[in-house]
Design a protein around this ligand. Sequence first.
Ligand SMILES: [Zn+2]
Length: 97
Amino acid sequence: MLLIRCPYCEEERPELEFRHAGEAHVARSSEISDISDEAFEQFFFIRSNPKGIVFERWRHLNGCARFFNAARDTVSDRFLTTYKAGEPKPDVAGLLK
Ligand SMILES: [Zn+2]
């Protein structure tokens, strides 16, 4: 069973308690009604979806219910780290070993 560490509860819990919530660090324009249709499409629909390290939002739905971010390797499905929402992307180079 995959265990995911919630940075708020500060413990590893079974993945069944969590829900994936999309790509992390997608900035919403402060003037969303003024942007072009193409810019809105880019913001709303287009995601990077790389092979390798991704930064994702997750929610501890059946726990504290809070959103947090995670760095995960899509090749191995291994979580490199999790961190609280609002914190910057961590440097994951040292975590790849
Ligand atoms: Zn939690």
